[in-house]
Design a protein around this ligand. Structure first.
Ligand SMILES: [Zn+2]
Length: 271
């Protein structure tokens, strides 16, 4: 009886202690202030997440879709040593710069945001999935990978959807927010892909020998309701943090790169 009572008392004390324990909350790192319209989501190795500005509102992901393609096919494309010659346009499609990016490999396509290269390689991959696994599996593979950015907008047609520019940098089929993109990057299933982004962005010496080197990838995304207007994003990190910075409409990739360096890397030049 006494024992049972003591156990109950002990149980109550433990429960009370659990309830009373304040939630672990770390102070956010001190960073240079953001400019109007900028937003930043930052995640640490301990899985703490901090936000500045409007990080929750969603918009088209534009060229950030390349990250999803590298997550899916990056290893295969690297081992096949894919190459692409970008002339700026192909049929009805236009790349992110009018004059084109010339001959690119995967690292160069990611660094220059070459939508047409990703489109070319993705078409070849989708064809291979259909041949190897059939239409249904190929479709599921694509939609699974893009689900976090598709919501309920997945195309209804059967098989692999038509891989037009909506999958590589234009339109608003694929959408995200700084919070959502950071959550995706911090998912344990993304670890290998994050290592690959780092490898594609950094030069060999930094990637191999600089343990805490920063990698930064930038992209532009169309602005909803403002045709022809784009806004730039920068995504990157080092061994300790991952960060997603969104700039306001009317900004460029080089501005996003510069702001990421100022805000995250203390204004030092890249690496
Ligand atoms: Zn291009």
């Amino acid at each position: 009886m006494w024992k049972a009572g003591a156990r109950t008392l002990l149980g109550c004390l433990v429960a009370a202690a659990l309830v009373a324990a304040p939630p672990r909350k770390k102070a956010p790192p001190v960073l240079p202030p953001l400019l109007p319209g900028e937003s930043l989501a930052l995640g640490t190795l301990d899985r703490d997440v901090f936000h500045w500005g409007d990080t929750a509102s969603e918009g088209p992901m534009g060229g950030l879709a390349h990250l999803v393609w590298v997550h899916m096919e990056g290893d295969a494309w690297l081992s096949a040593d894919v190459q692409f010659k970008c002339a700026g346009a192909a049929g009805p499609y236009h790349c992110s710069t009018v004059k084109g990016h010339g001959k690119v490999d995967l690292a160069r396509a990611m660094q220059t945001c070459c939508n047409l290269a990703f489109m070319g390689w993705a078409h070849a991959s989708a064809q291979r999935w259909e041949q190897d696994y059939g239409e249904g599996v190929a479709r599921a593979r694509l939609l699974d990978a893009f689900q976090p950015f598709l919501g309920r907008r997945a195309p209804r047609d059967e098989g692999v959807p038509e891989l037009d520019m909506a999958w590589f940098g234009e339109g608003d089929l694929l959408r995200t927010s700084p919070d959502a993109l950071l959550a995706w990057l911090m998912d344990p299933g993304q670890e290998q892909a994050v290592r690959l982004y780092r490898r594609l962005v950094l030069n060999f010496a930094d990637e191999t020998f600089k343990k805490n080197a920063w990698w930064v990838d930038t992209a532009t995304a169309p602005v909803t309701g403002a045709p022809g207007t784009y806004q730039a994003w920068a995504v990157g990190g080092n061994e300790l943090v991952l960060a997603v910075l969104r700039l306001p409409p009317g900004t460029t990739r080089s501005e996003a790169q510069a702001r990421f360096v100022t805000v995250m890397m203390g204004g030092k030049p890249k690496n």
